[in-house]
Design a protein around this ligand. Structure first.
Ligand code: FB9
Length: 522
């Protein structure tokens, strides 16, 4: 009898199927298969169902390890040779965490003792008969009653399976496990509570012992043979879920981008529109008070475009204020005192930093209807630099940039927001070193101590945008803007222990870079 017929038979004459999950265990069929068949029959009116959710326990990876290798206390007992062992030796053999847990339990169970003179541990018993922890873990893993060999036939199995569901409920209430083991077992490190949905099933309005063959489409053959006249057609099920799209993984860089984006969103930052790789020199440099003679504006450092070579859409009033600031200063600044050239500002390039986008956003903030309002903005996107390539540098990289604009911000706010951002990616030991950027004063390079690499590494740059940049954009003079930046490639290479950036990015990147789990945290 196939699964459909079994389901139809079990609800015959007003009978009820109490729980599809328990039933699936009894007939040894995957519950998802039962639910799929049930839904299909519901779709054609043969069955009705009501959903219910159950909680149950599953073992964590750590607990599975104990089931395989024995509890920490048993592993520690086995690791003590006849002539004893000191704690250092045990830690070297088993690791600090396991010795820390196992030692206390071994002493409490009087399986071992400690020689006060030498400080060494010795076995106090010949052997250990029961490994309580593993027995309890197995009772959770396999369903306690099933494991006791009490089951004689399917009927009892159903009753016991339902009792097990109740038991795991009770375990969830922490009533069924012996108090001696509760601290050990109930630590979240060993078991996780899961939730599953199962169904109570009854006969539907169109119930029949066997499902009528419904035609799902009108075919040429049906028309030719006249079968169409007597065929029963399946009704459209507009509630049917669409087919799950295929699997696939994000590229490593895109995984890290998603993580950083999530962190910044959770910190209250909004994403800037960065879909403009071709930028004018005006927004990429001039609006940032970067002088037209600056070496970074040379073709040796920047990719200039020949087609289209020029931008002509720079707002005239803004252009005039920027030109005036470069040439004669303002707001207390002397400016650069050179003759600023419009043509230089109109040259198109591939943006060298996302700070060009930040400048555009600050201009929009200054000119927003109703006037300036504080903002926390971020961007993560590609930038391009005409630089020498090496194992860790390509002619492009993804820049991550955070910007906070508000009245009265200080360097302390900048240190604070950077500290919080890096804390969220696991770097808590930071140092700030004075640095120079054309558009920020003061500026700071950020260094972080990497806990796994056990070394200090440069992790970013930061600063307070200069008034010579902010005033021409139209921001009120009491508004301060703090900002910081880093790349996506460096943290990704660290996270995936990638030595050469070409493994990560470009036509030679390795497929395993899209592996589902990183080798390490950052
Ligand atoms: O990302 C960088 N390093 C880094 C970042 C994170 C990280 O992972 C953490 C361990 C978990 C590890 C390393 N750097 C910036 C520092 C260096 O890698 C540096 O050699 C390369 N830098 C790039 C630019 O080099 C041409 C990284 C890139 C960079 C540098 C500066 C900014 C953005 C990206 C900036 C900025 C800025 C400053 C003020 C105002 C606004 C933006």
């Amino acid at each position: 009898m196939d699964l459909e017929s079994k389901l139809l038979a079990i609800v015959k004459d007003g009978a009820e199927l109490e729980d599809t999950y328990v039933w699936s265990k009894l007939i040894d069929v995957d519950h998802n298969m039962v639910v799929g068949t049930m839904n299909s029959l519901i779709g054609d009116g043969y069955l009705l169902s009501t959903a219910k959710s159950e909680e149950f326990w599953v073992l964590t990876e750590e607990a599975e390890g104990y089931v395989t290798n024995g509890s920490p206390e048993l592993q520690l007992f086995r690791a003590i040779p006849v002539d004893g062992a000191d704690e250092t030796g045990l830690v070297a053999a088993l690791g600090e965490a396991l010795v820390k847990v196992g030692l206390g339990k071994c002493m409490k169970s009087k399986w071992i003792s400690r020689d006060k003179a030498s400080g060494r541990y010795f076995r106090s018993v010949e052997s250990v008969e029961r490994d309580d922890l593993v027995e309890q873990l197995l009772s959770i893993k396999n369903g306690a009653l099933e494991d006791s060999g009490l089951i004689k036939d399917l009927k009892k199995r159903q009753l016991i399976a339902q009792m097990f569901v109740l038991l795991s409920h009770a375990a969830a209430q922490r009533h069924t496990l012996s108090s001696r083991l509760t601290p050990h077992l109930l630590s979240p490190k060993l078991q996780n509570l899961r939730k599953r949905t199962s169904y109570k099933v009854t006969a539907g309005p169109k119930w029949a012992p066997v499902r009528a063959v419904l035609s799902s489409e009108l075919t040429k053959e049906m028309l030719d043979s006249g079968e169409w006249a007597t065929a029963t057609f399946r009704k459209y099920n507009f509630e049917a879920a669409g087919r799950e799209p295929g699997g696939g993984h994000l590229h490593a860089l895109m995984r890290v981008r998603a993580e950083f984006r999530q962190i910044l969103l959770e910190m209250g930052f909004n994403e800037m529109p960065t879909n403009r790789w071709v930028e004018s020199s005006f927004w990429n440099f001039d609006a940032l008070f970067q002088p037209q003679s600056h070496p970074a504006r040379d073709a040796h450092d920047t990719f200039f475009l020949t087609t289209p070579s020029r931008t002509v859409s720079i707002p005239e009033d803004l252009l005039s204020r920027v030109q005036a600031m470069h040439e004669g200063g303002g707001g207390g600044s002397l400016g650069y005192r050179y003759s600023w050239k419009r043509g230089e500002g109109e040259k198109n390039l591939l943006r060298t930093h996302t700070t060009a986008v930040s400048a555009r956003m600050l201009y929009a903030l200054a000119n927003a209807p109703g006037g300036f309002k504080p903002a926390k903005l971020f961007s993560i996107d590609r930038v391009f630099r005409n630089e020498a390539l090496d194992a860790t540098h390509l002619a492009e990289f993804h820049q991550v940039e955070g910007v906070v604009a508000d009245v009265g911000l200080t360097l302390g706010d900048l240190v604070g927001v950077i500290t919080e951002f890096f804390r969220r990616i696991g770097i808590t030991d930071l140092r700030f070193k004075p640095a120079y950027n054309p558009y920020t004063e003061p500026s700071m390079e950020v260094f972080g101590y990497h806990p796994d690499l056990k070394k200090w590494t440069e992790i970013g740059n930061s600063g307070i945008f200069r008034p010579e940049m902010l005033l021409p954009l139209g921001l009120p003079p009491d508004v301060r803007v703090i900002a910081w930046g880093l790349s996506l490639e460096r943290p990704t290479m660290i996270k995936y222990r990638c030595k050469n950036i070409r493994e990560l990015f470009g036509h030679k990147s390795k497929l395993e870079m899209t592996r589902s789990a990183p080798i390490a945290r950052f």
